[in-house]
Design a protein around this ligand. Structure first.
Ligand code: PMV
Length: 313
């Protein structure tokens, strides 16, 4: 028997990085780009991933920290343990994701959630959203060191959310009667989110006033954007995306490649554009209300290795 389960990707519309420090952010699911997890009988416990590369018999030779598939292995071990099952399973767990690895679209969270859900389905276990969140959060700690939790919350609920870390987290589903048309484009530069998050932490320690000022301004943008979304005033998100991108540039979270694609998208008619996720590489998003195909073409011509259109809500 083969169990197959998928999980979506996500894009942070407003508030990446500041969300790590308790500020609010808005994120949306990307349902058209998903991670599939497969569980099937095998000779020994094996994990494999097309994206990360390799096929590992993890009981014979457990993966060490630093291996790109380490978090996947730990997700499998933690999930089996949570279900009260031994590690000694004759199963192959494989993942295949349409999301770029280290691209700012939540690929690691999507992988963890798909794998946990697939194992739960394979063993016929019910798992609540909170249990899933807590298990996936453990994987995110391995990947991201100090994750806010916004990636997993967005992917689990597969809904646009307003998110703020707290005890418990504030997760507010957003409603809108209009669709948000986005172009997502990939610079092709891979950027490990944990590295950027750690570097921002270091810079913030050196100059807390600068970062607190930037993060407070991003918070104002998030609060304003939330109101615009709920009033169906989608076109007003464009200038807010531009402002958010400028603030991320000031915090040294952008890159020349991201800045170039952001400028090209605006030049091609996008109402606004910004980097998305961890930054310093990976993807950007553009609000494409009128001419999405032209914006997509312009981004590809400007060097994006991939670009796709997606509608939110
Ligand atoms: O790069 P991604 O898709 O994992 O997004 C990271 C978002 C951050 O705000 C930078 C980190 C976090 O945990 O919220």
């Amino acid at each position: 028997m083969k169990t197959i389960i998928s999980a979506c990707g996500k894009a942070i519309l407003f508030g990446e990085h500041s969300v790590v420090y308790g500020h609010p952010a808005i994120a949306v699911p990307i349902s058209s780009a998903r991670t599939c997890a497969y569980v099937q009988e095998a000779g020994t416990l094996t994990i494999s991933s097309v994206n990360i590369g390799g096929k590992y018999e993890v009981l014979k030779e457990p993966l060490k920290k630093g291996n790109p598939a380490y978090a996947l292995q730990e997700t499998v071990f933690n999930t089996l343990e949570y279900f009260g099952l031994p590690k000694e399973q004759n199963l192959e767990i494989s993942v295949n994701s349409a999301l770029p690895f280290a691209g700012g679209l939540g690929s690691s969270a999507s992988m963890a959630i798909a794998v946990i859900r697939a194992l739960a389905a394979h063993f016929n276990r019910k798992i609540s959203d909170l249990e899933l969140y807590n298990l996936a959060y453990k994987s995110e700690i391995i990947n991201h060191s100090m994750p806010s939790g916004i990636d997993i919350a967005t992917i689990i609920y597969e809904k646009p959310i307003y998110f703020k870390t707290n005890e418990p987290n504030i997760i507010k589903p957003l409603t809108c009667n209009k669709k948000i048309p986005l172009i997502v484009a990939d610079t092709g530069m891979r950027s490990i989110t944990a590295d950027v998050v750690k570097s921002v932490k270091k810079e913030r320690e050196k100059d807390p006033a600068k970062y607190d000022n930037i993060f407070s301004k991003i918070t104002e943008i998030v609060e304003h954007a939330q109101q615009m979304i709920e009033k169906d005033r989608i076109h007003e998100l464009g200038p807010l995306m531009n402002q958010n991108h400028e603030l991320l540039q000031q915090a040294d979270i952008s890159s020349p490649e991201l800045d170039k694609l952001v400028a090209v998208a605006k030049g091609a008619g996008a109402l606004g554009a910004k980097l998305v996720g961890g930054g310093r590489g990976g993807c950007m998003i553009a609000l494409a209300e009128s001419n999405p195909l032209e914006i997509k073409k312009a981004l590809i011509n400007a060097g994006a290795i991939n670009a796709f259109f997606t509608e939110i809500f």
